[in-house]
Structures are given as structure tokens and as C-alpha cells.
Ligand binder design. Sequence first.
Ligand SMILES: [Mn+2]
Length: 335
Amino acid sequence: MSLESLLKDSKNLLILGHQNADPDAVCSMIAFARLYKTLNPNGNLHLAADDISRLSNQVLQTFAPKVQVSNTAGSNHDLFVLLDTNSRFQLGPSLKNILENPKKTIVIDHHERNPEINLIAEHQILHDEMSSTCEIMVKLYSDLGVQIDANTADLLLTGMIFDTRRFFFAGYETLSTAIELIVAGANYQECMKSLLIKPDKSERIARLKAAGRVKVHTIGDWIVAISKVNAFEASACRGLIELGADVAIVGGSPSKDVVRLSSRSRREFYEKTGVSLGSDVMEPVGQIIEGEGGGHANAAGANGKSNLDKALVTSVELIRRIVEKTTDSNEDSPV
Ligand SMILES: [Mn+2]
């Protein structure tokens, strides 16, 4: 069945975005709601996401202050649309059990395909070559012959700017679509502005404190920054990376018997040294702080009870050992 007839036949549509819905999710949800109302003016619809991000709230305030995104699903829906996600789990705790019937479910997404997608939805509009769900939305409007109004163009362009990191990840197709939206009436400057957000005061103070207390270690050509702060450790790590570190490790002890560590590295650091912050650093350091650690190659953390200083020193030593080993073996090998 075509998307057009599915939408025309539905009397009560539920439009879902992923948890902590980002601007791409929220903006594509609104655009889809408007597409539905154009094709089916008498239809009812409900927008739901487990929660929406602070930045998405700001975008809504700017372009669609009257739109309500609920954290509950409502009832009696005869059609479900999942936007910007293709997994049940991503819907979050309050909505993950809401999907009933794959025949009544549509997934529209640009993320890597979920192997279980056929169990969720019979109707799939998947474009992993596209920058964002908002970009897919532009294509759907054009396929269905519906014009994009200026306000919807603002929303869609904002979602695209967000998901492409201000067009860092963009090519010919994405840029042409952005131009198409500007021609439809989107105000590029307003879209950019809606995405500028100042972190909370407490978060900015934590980042500045972390910068003030930083200890800098150089390992080969790499700069490893270590610091201590008792709140927003992950944000402090990102701050230190922005200042110039290749690796940042920030630890804190916000209360007695609580030790937390957060770490971040540049992608290039992992690619060239092979040091994975999750398995090579935070996992072993988790034991030192009498807790557990892990995570990804470029972003990892650990939670425990004690030995914060020892953990920070050990983190640097673990990194040094691997980096020096890889450098040695590179020097040994004939070019
Ligand atoms: Mn997205």
C-alpha cells in the first residue's frame, strides 16, 4: 500500500520520535503531521516522544510554539509512524511497548538498518545515504506533490543543519535540498540561531574549573589533559578537547564514597594509536576505583568508590604504555 493511501485511510495517526528527541526528530515529526493533515484534513493525530532535548525545546519555541509533543501515546490509533529511529528500544521506557502491528506501522529513518525492522514495520522508508530524517521529509513532500510552506521549511532546514553538524557532513544532494528549503521560504540565519544554546551556568562553571585545574601530559605527539571537577565531567572533557587536548580525562568525587571518571578523545587519536578509552583505560581503571568502567573507543567512563588520584595517574600510564609500544613497533618496521 502506498504512503498516500495509508495516510488517507488513517483516522487517528500516532507520530513517534526517539527518546530525548533531537531537532531532526522533532522537526520531521511536525513536518510529517502537516503532510498528513494536507492529505487527510479530517484525520486526528498525536505527536509523542519519551522526552525531548533542551535544544529541541528551543527550536519549538522559535518556530512552532503551539505544537505539543506528549510523552504518552493516547489511544485508538490506527496507524503508527516512527521517525528518526528504527528500533523499539530507542522509543524509550514510556513508549517502547506501544507498537502493535507491523501492518499498521511505518518507519521513516536515515540510521543504520535495525536487523529486526521487519518485526516492527511492514512499511519502511529507509535512506541511510541521507543526512537526516528531515531531508527524507523533503523528498516525501515532493513525491506526494505537496508544497512545503515557509514555516515547515524552517523546521526542516533546522533539523538538517543539526544532523549534519552545520553541513560538516553534507554533499551535493544535501546542500541542494537545503537550497530548495531556502527557496521555499526558510530563513537560514533564523534556523542557525535557533540551534545556538548556552549551557547552564553550573555546567559552564564546571568546564572552567576543569580548565583551571588541568594537568597536561605529552605522550609522543599527543596531548593528554587530566583534571578534576565534581560535576559535568563529560562536558568538561569536551571542553578540554575543544581547547586543544587529544585526550581528556576528568574525574570527580561529588560525595563520600563516590568516584566518577569520564574520558573523551579525538577520533584521530584512536585511529593512529589504537588506544580505546573504553577497553584499554576505563575498564582497568574501574577496578582501581572499586567499581566498573567501560564505553566506546573515543568516549568512556567509570564509576566507583575511591582512589581518584591513583586512577587518574594510572589512566595516563596505561595510555603511555600503549602509545609507546605502537610508536616503537612503527619505528622497527621497514617502510
Ligand atoms: Mn536524525
